[in-house]
Design a protein around this ligand. Structure first.
Ligand code: GDP
Length: 536
């Protein structure tokens, strides 16, 4: 186990000791699985334990929310659109937010490039859902270890063994439960802790509402109270041991197995164990490899990766904020960093921590933390910033777009604003921008994973850049990467067109549909048509 937080860090360089206390993660789930509820539960639970040494049951959402706001004021933490910092047990948990809507999965992809672990959150009645599957693929692609939380166990759902089987069969991830439910979903009695032993009974309050009153019982007591259901749970646990479903650190870190927790975020059940799991099992930041594959040591001078850009957080000043995941060293506000892409200096006088609805200025940060840089007009998603010895992290891969539109300025007199707007939205990663000599600069092709991305572009072009646009759909549904030799041949075929992606100069061939693609591949097998990252 990587119980780094509990080992003595006093003799280590500061940056290494601080990084060892960080756990930076995201939640991947299908909408409605309970991500917001779990996020609140994690923060509240951690705060309750840290400040009062006890956990208070929270029955309804309203209570949670108002508590949340009080806590926000008192402790200066809150959920923003970027990251939440949770202090727990001498660890700093950085929970990076992922957009809920599938149309913005490109954003989620980038967030997953900035975390060290993910929680895969499942609804106990639904199991693996489409958006979960897509995001899991992305996590696997990034080599991120995944902890599974099966949520909503307080209400009728599926059999635990059936859910584990689904995980193993459908995504080839070996589930290793850390706790085990007593009683079926819907008649849920409590949880057996497979790691430390012991049984936590869930209490029900009169009227049917469930509360997070965790009561620890000994095995004998549990047998008396739960009778047959207890015996059945023990039999199932024995079976888990026989089939080798025990936690295994090596395969977890390699993304091959996943510790599984059953619980209910709404009633705070199993949330304490999830926090412990994050602290004890989730990996601390590791040295990040640069574009040549050489890892930059944690104790090296500051380096960071821009994983998200956000404009307009403050309507008064149309500013542009870059969210940076710290990868090495120590960050001190006021440092002058180097922007790897341009070699230019970047001053960080106005750095902010991203937690808090009020923006807090931040003075120091370490590997695993997220900082927000304001006035970041020169930065783009995927950029590297560093101090000292130069470093350039590899670009964040982008999803395969499936929707394409030609953009034109409605008012030809505002072409300058049009161009500036498109450039900026491109660098923020709002859409991918494709250009070709044939179409010309005035009519770039916008490529998106989800159609809602176009709505964002249209709205921002009109309101922010004052250059309203017209979008006309293109009849393409597939994009593939090609090369300079194949491009002219592909471009001459019907139902296909080659353009250059502006952000990385990749040549992409767009094709009407999968069938047309198959025909081209069959007729001309030598042409280069590589699949882009799927998932969108
Ligand atoms: P998100 O879309 O993933 O952020 O999901 P929410 O957190 O908004 O939750 C969706 C719905 O599921 C809400 O009505 C929650 O109250 C409910 N919910 C979340 N967690 C639980 C749980 O553990 N048990 C039950 N019964 N309902 C839950």
């Amino acid at each position: 186990m990587t119980v780094a937080a509990h080992t003595s860090t006093s003799k280590l360089p500061e940056a290494v000791g601080e990084a060892a206390r960080r756990r930076t993660f995201a939640v991947i789930s299908h909408p409605d699985a309970g991500k917001s509820t779990l996020t609140e539960a994690l923060a509240l639970h951690a705060a309750a334990i840290t400040s009062a040494g006890a956990v208070h049951g929270k029955g309804d959402r309203k209570g949670v929310t108002s508590d949340w706001m009080e806590m926000e004021q008192a402790r200066g933490i809150s959920i923003t659109s970027a990251a939440l910092r949770i202090d727990y047990d001498d660890c700093v948990l950085n929970l990076l937010d992922t957009p809920g809507h599938a149309d913005f999965s490109e954003d989620t992809y980038r967030v997953l490039a900035a975390v060290d672990a993910a929680i895969m959150l499942l609804d106990s009645a639904k199991g693996l859902e489409p958006q979960t599957l897509k995001l899991f693929d992305v996590a696997r692609n990034q080599g991120i270890p995944v902890i599974t939380f099966v949520n909503k166990w307080d209400r009728p759902g599926r059999e635990p063994l059936e859910l584990l089987d689904e995980i193993e069969q459908r995504i080839g991830l070996r589930p290793t439960p850390l706790n085990w439910p007593v009683g079926i979903a819907g008649d849920f009695r409590g949880l057996i802790d497979r790691v430390e032993g012991g049984y936590t009974k869930m209490r029900r309050t009169p009227g049917g509402a469930t509360r997070a009153e965790e009561e620890r019982l000994s095995d004998d007591q549990a047998e008396q109270v739960e009778g047959e259901t207890w015996t059945q749970a023990l039999e199932e646990i024995e079976l888990l041991g026989e089939i080798g479903a025990d936690f295994d650190e090596e395969s977890f870190l390699a993304g091959k197995s996943s510790p599984v927790l059953f619980g209910a975020a709404l009633t705070n059940f199993g949330v304490a164990q999830l926090l412990r799991t994050l602290v004890d099992l989730a990996p601390a930041p590791k040295p990040r490899s640069d574009a040549e594959g050489t890892p930059r040591p944690i104790e090296a001078p500051f380096s960071g990766l821009v994983f998200k850009m956000q404009a307009n957080m403050d309507k008064q000043h149309r500013d542009r904020m870059a969210f940076v995941r710290v990868c090495s060293g120590r960050f001190d506000r006021g440092m002058v960093l180097t922007h790897a892409a341009s070699g230019r200096p970047f001053a960080t006088k106005y750095t902010q921590a991203v937690f808090g609805s009020e923006r807090h200025t931040i003075d120091t940060a370490f590997a695993g933390d997220v900082i927000a840089l304001v006035n970041a007009h020169a930065l783009s998603v995927g950029d590297t910033l560093y101090e000292g010895k130069p470093v350039h992290f590899p670009p964040i891969p982008s999803f395969a777009p499936e929707h394409f539109m030609v953009a034109r300025a409605l008012d030809a007199g505002r072409y300058k604003q049009f161009r500036r707007g498109i450039e900026q939205l491109d660098s923020e990663g709002v859409v991918q921008v494709l250009v070709s000599d044939v179409r010309g600069e005035q009519a770039p092709v916008l490529a998106a994973v989800g159609p809602l991305q176009f709505d964002v572009v249209k709205h921002r072009m009109e309101h922010e850049f004052r250059a309203p646009i017209e979008l006309s759909p293109l009849d393409y549904a597939v994009a593939r990467r090609t090369d300079a030799a194949s491009a002219p041949i592909l471009h001459g075929l019907s139902g296909a067109e080659v353009l250059t992606r502006r952000s990385d100069d990749e040549l992409l061939v767009l094709v009407h549909n999968k069938w047309r693609l198959k025909v081209i591949q069959r007729d001309q097998p030598d042409l280069v048509m590589e699949a882009l990252l799927a998932g969108g």
